[in-house]
Design a protein around this ligand. Structure first.
Ligand SMILES: [Zn+2]
Length: 82
């Protein structure tokens, strides 16, 4: 096995980062999303909102009765400042 660069993408249905194992979106994933969606904050929030919905359904199926704070995790950091 050679060295491979694993992108910071979510592992479904756990929604942990495939590369670093942190809760997705991890810090590197957030940075690359900010770069990718530079100048299109609305598009970024729509994209994250769709993923948040998907994550919410999958995490709820894994752990019924537990409602994680996905809003903060997916959208809190991406809001425009100021
Ligand atoms: Zn990561």
């Amino acid at each position: 096995m050679g060295r491979r660069v694993i992108p910071h993408v979510p592992m479904r249905p756990l929604w942990r980062c495939r590369s670093c194992g942190a809760e997705w979106p991890c810090q590197p994933a957030r940075l690359s999303l900010l770069v990718e969606y530079r100048g299109d904050r609305t598009g970024l929030l729509l994209y994250l909102g769709a993923l948040m919905t998907e994550a919410g359904e999958q995490l709820a199926a894994l752990n019924p009765g537990h409602v994680p704070d996905l809003h903060h995790r997916f959208l809190g950091w991406a809001r425009a400042r100021g």
